[in-house]
Design a binder for this molecule. Structure first.
Ligand code: SF4
Length: 61
């Protein structure tokens, strides 16, 4: 499973604190997901970050 952050991100930082293995805050103040398959042991927290995003900016492929 791969994750990405769409244009709806408002930079609240929640995903990066919930799952720092996958989500990082960038210089623009918005979040970015790692550009790689998420390891199975990080998937649960990444999905938790996705459901916690207040603007539904996290998508999976
Ligand atoms: S939780 Fe959503 S709005 Fe907040 S930084 Fe992450 S992607 Fe952006």
């Amino acid at each position: 499973m791969k994750f990405f952050v769409n244009d709806a991100c408002i930079g609240c930082g929640l995903c990066a604190s919930t799952c720092p293995e996958v989500f990082k805050m960038t210089d623009t103040g918005l979040a970015k997901a790692v550009d790689a398959e998420v390891a199975p042991d990080a998937e649960a927290s990444a999905l938790e970050a996705q459901s916690g995003c207040p603007v539904a900016a996290i998508e999976t492929v």
